[in-house]
Design a protein around this ligand. Structure first.
Ligand code: F6R
Length: 618
């Protein structure tokens, strides 16, 4: 939530900052702003502009009233927390004499107290934000003689909550200073230039060398130096890493939306998620699971925590993990988890599912679990993000950057990681024979082809979406591992097409929701493979029941399943795969449908209203 950028180097900062904001806009798009340190007339001053709405509004404004040239700057793209998304509340915020400019991601929880203190001392605030007090406090520090780094350390010690702050001082154009607590921040390490970003997309076009920071750290970048300290000023080390994807991954590559591109990247993403994780003999190697085999053998309960789509990946995982390992597995919304005082012991394995690795609700859940002595394993797509860093172990999903706000390849690769984890636990604990594990691995290794087979039907799904451009309500039915996919299909439609959509377990229908069925109501029905006869038959009965009441059935059923044809108004064929793996293919038409329907309705698919990628506030 909120994208932040900082730059010092020999290029024009305006171009670097605006380009960085463009790549971070998916993190928030309520407003955008930039501040540059202008040294043209000898005395430093801050030149800034900020506009409500998308980045394009800011670009238009600085096109009409250009900012001075400068090689030091910061920028921000906002997802509003404190204060309406208007020009005044847009970042950067300036101190009382406009010497310091600040951008911020997160929430400063004690801002009201600090604001009162400042106002009593005669400071006038121009916005409703919590951020503005940080600008005033920093400015007071530098006016009293501190350098910006020391000022940042001093101010951060007074702040409570979660925040990333990035600041510039008009009288010291050589540096940009940033700080983080519970909120994302990475440094891009260049040659004769350095960068700050909420994530590496901010600077990937300039450097693939990055540095992650720890909790409660301040970083100072100049052209040639990157220096890290704690909030108390003690020297600290950031952790350097090489980013293993390049600029092309952060571009749309000819697609209209990042989301559509990411849907079509799924065969490769699924293959990458499995790469190097099993040897030819069918044995799994999950070296990055830093928990010993002995530790894994003592696990007596698994709790998967996550939010939204990540939570649905957990719901699918429960079916596979319990079946393969016989370990009880619960799935919990991360924001509900710690408040219900869950039973956690040393032998509980908590799995934190998060594409971004920054979701505050999930982060707080794992902190709670670790405080109770449980071990935490993260399933995450973002290298160096907070959740894996605070976990005992991590399985990276290797989906590559996911920029569309709605998760797609992130979800599919979470499923793959869960399957691998389940099989690995089964291997370690001996609950499945080696040849059984090897058989599932074989099936998994064919998944990229199967996902491609579904993608090859995209035009049919688009045609279906075109027929539904006026639809105001859609239901989704599934059973067993297909039930979470019904939930996911509905979520995609809600967040992208802004229409009423609900997912149900098909067996639940007759306990109430069937009352919703009326003439012409579109209902997606995910039919389990025929290998599970009892499930399959019950699903067919549910489809008959809703069709008899006027529903328009859009049936997803495996190749060769003719039993369903008489009850399908529309039929989408799925490749033949085992029941537990079917979610990997059955979700794909639902992603395509939501993406296309939202496009037809004229919505911004990559930046749906009110949303942001990476929900870094609780
Ligand atoms: C929906 C979606 C969200 C995320 C959720 C968790 O398309 O993307 O529901 O899945 O906010 O995000 P991560 O996985 O980053 O923790």
């Amino acid at each position: 939530m909120c994208g932040i950028v900082g730059y010092v180097g020999d290029k024009q900062a305006q171009g670097v900052v605006i380009e960085g904001l463009r790549r971070l806009e998916y993190r928030g798009y309520d407003s955008a702003g930039i501040a540059l340190v202008d040294t043209a007339d000898g005395d430093g001053r801050i030149a800034s502009d900020k506009r409500a709405g998308k980045l394009a509004n800011l670009e238009k404004a600085i096109g009409e009233a250009p900012l001075p040239s400068s090689t030091t700057g910061i920028g921000h793209t906002r997802w509003a927390t404190h204060g309406a998304p208007n020009d005044e509340n847009a970042h950067p915020h300036l101190g009382r004499v406009s010497r310091v400019a600040v951008v911020h991601n997160g929430i400063i929880e004690n801002f009201a107290l600090l604001r009162t203190e400042l106002e009593r001392a005669g400071h006038e605030m121009l916005s409703e934000t919590d951020t503005e007090i940080a600008a005033h406090l920093l400015e007071l520090e530098v006016q009293a003689g501190a350098d910006l780094t020391t000022a940042m350390q001093n101010v951060c010690r007074r702040l409570e909550g979660a925040f990333t702050l990035v600041a510039v001082d008009a009288e010291d154009p050589s540096r940009v200073v940033a700080a983080r607590r519970n909120s994302p921040l990475v440094v891009g390490v260049g040659e004769g230039e350095n960068f700050i970003g909420s994530d590496v997309a901010a600077f990937i076009e300039h450097t693939r060398e990055a540095m992650e920071l720890g909790q409660d750290q301040v970083v100072t970048i100049t052209r040639d130096r990157v220096e890290v300290t704690g909030f108390d000023g003690s020297p600290a080390e950031g952790q350097r890493y090489h980013v293993d994807w390049d600029l092309s991954a952060a571009e749309k590559d000819g697609y209209d939306w990042f989301m559509r591109k990411e849907i079509f990247e799924q065969p490769r993403a699924v293959a990458d998620a499995m790469l190097g994780r099993h040897d030819g003999s069918g044995k799994l190697q999950l070296d990055e699971v830093r928990l010993s085999e002995d530790e894994l053998r003592t696990v007596d309960k698994i709790i998967i925590v996550g939010c939204g789509t990540a939570n649905y990946a957990g719901l699918v995982a429960k079916y596979a993990i319990e079946h393969w390992t016989r370990i009880p597995c619960e799935v919990e919304l991360a924001h509900e988890f710690r408040y219900r005082d869950p039973i956690l012991t040393r032998d509980t394995l908590v799995v934190a599912m998060s594409q971004s690795g920054e979701t505050a609700d999930t982060l707080m859940a794992i902190r709670h679990a670790r405080a109770q002595g449980s071990r935490v394993l993260a399933i995450c797509n973002t290298n160096g993000s907070t959740i894996p860093r605070e976990s005992d172990a991590v399985i990276y999903t290797h989906a590559g950057p996911e920029i569309g706000v709605a998760s797609t390849k992130g979800f599919l690769t979470q499923l793959i990681a869960c399957y691998l984890l389940g099989l690995y636990l089964a291997q370690v604990r001996g609950t499945k024979f080696g040849d059984e594990i090897s058989q599932v691995l074989d099936e998994l290794s064919r998944m990229p082809e199967h996902v491609q087979e579904v993608l090859d039907q995209a035009e049919d799904v688009y045609a279906l979406a075109a027929q539904h451009a006026q639809t105001r309500s859609v239901l989704f039915l599934g059973r067993h591992a297909g039930f979470p996919i019904a939930l996911e299909g509905a979520l995609k439609l809600k967040e992208l097409a802004y229409i009423h959509a609900e997912g149900f377990a098909a067996g639940e229908l007759k306990h109430g929701p069937i009352a919703l069925i009326e003439d012409g109501l579109p209902v997606f029905c995910i039919v389990p493979p025929r290998g599970r006869d009892e499930l399959h038959q019950k699903m067919v009965s549910a489809i008959q029941e809703i069709r008899a009441r006027g529903a328009r059935t859009i049936v997803l059923a495996e190749e060769g399943d003719e039993s369903i044809t008489p009850y399908a108004d529309e039929l989408i064929r799925l490749p033949r795969v085992p029941t537990l793996l079917q979610p990997v293919v059955s979700v794909v038409p639902l992603q395509l449908f939501a993406c296309e329907l939202a496009t037809q309705m004229g919505h911004d698919v990559d930046q749906p209203r009110n949303l942001a990628k990476s929900v870094t506030v609780e």
